[in-house]
Design a protein around this ligand. Structure first.
Ligand code: NAP
Length: 218
């Protein structure tokens, strides 16, 4: 297995992926996060502007698989400052995966694993549109790719969406796969699916939804 680089490792999902990463993994973090504990003490941390294709190309030298777990929400939107890019769907949910994919290709990487979201194909609004655009950029990058589309990600501190699962339980009686796409996914299950798809080309070229992610995680 070649070297894996992960962007978004400091996030809710990323922190559950972290323990499963090998010693030679590269943790790509924006400089303000890379300079803080625990990241500053991890030899695998690479502080890099995740929108700077040139800098990313250097950071990805020798990497086989790029994993993008980055994303933002409206509540986190803010304008650019002297030190940081603006935070919005265009910069984070589209700009970062696009820059990572282009840089990965230039650096000689072979594969890209993108954490996207369920229901974005036809969903209205800026968030699904951003995820569609990110997926398109990754698919057209020339790299092998896998797109993961979980529904709500739940776990410690994020249990509320689980309440919706009661609606999918009856659906599951006659359409198990469909219900598994809709229902929430535990963050540990998702983290295992991220690690497995990052470590093997078995699912390359596929868009994986809840039923697949549960099966892959085992
Ligand atoms: N939450 C859900 O229920 C859900 C459902 C389906 C899909 N998704 C998607 O799954 C992905 C991961 O979700 P999550 O809840 O694990 O994410 P999260 O906890 O919000 O973490 C977001 C990650 O993105 C990084 N990031 C955000 N803005 C950045 C910027 N401007 N520059 C560099 N890095 C930046 C953060 O790094 P810093 O630590 O530096 O901020 C962090 O590592 C996202 O793409 C999300 O859209 C989420």
């Amino acid at each position: 297995m070649g070297t894996i680089a992960v962007a978004g490792i400091s996030g809710y999902t990323g922190q559950r992926v972290l323990p499963g990463l090998p010693a030679d993994a590269r943790l790509l973090l924006r400089p303000s996060t890379a300079g803080r504990a625990p990241w500053k003490d991890d030899a695998r941390t690479v502080g890099v502007d995740l929108l700077d294709e040139e800098a990313l190309t250097g950071a990805l030298a020798g990497v086989e698989t790029v994993v993008c777990l980055v994303g933002t929400t409206r509540a986190q939107f803010r304008p650019a400052t002297d030190d940081e890019h603006a935070v919005n769907y265009d910069t984070v949910d589209i700009g970062i995966p696009r820059a990572l994919a282009a840089a990965g290709k230039r650096a000689g990487a072979r594969r890209f694993v993108l954490l996207s979201s369920f229901g974005i194909e036809k969903g209205p609004g800026a968030y699904p549109a951003a995820k569609r655009e990110a997926e398109r950029a990754v698919r057209e990058s020339g790299l092998g790719w896998v797109v993961l589309r979980p529904s709500f990600i739940v776990g410690p501190g994020r249990a509320a969406p689980r309440a919706l699962d009661v609606f999918w339980a009856p659906v599951r009686l006659f359409a198990r796969g469909f219900a598994d796409d809709l229902r929430s996914i535990d963050v540990q299950v998702l983290a295992r699916a991220v690690l497995r798809t990052a470590s093997s080309a078995e699912w390359d070229g596929r868009v994986l939804e809840g039923r697949d992610l549960h099966a892959i995680a085992g």
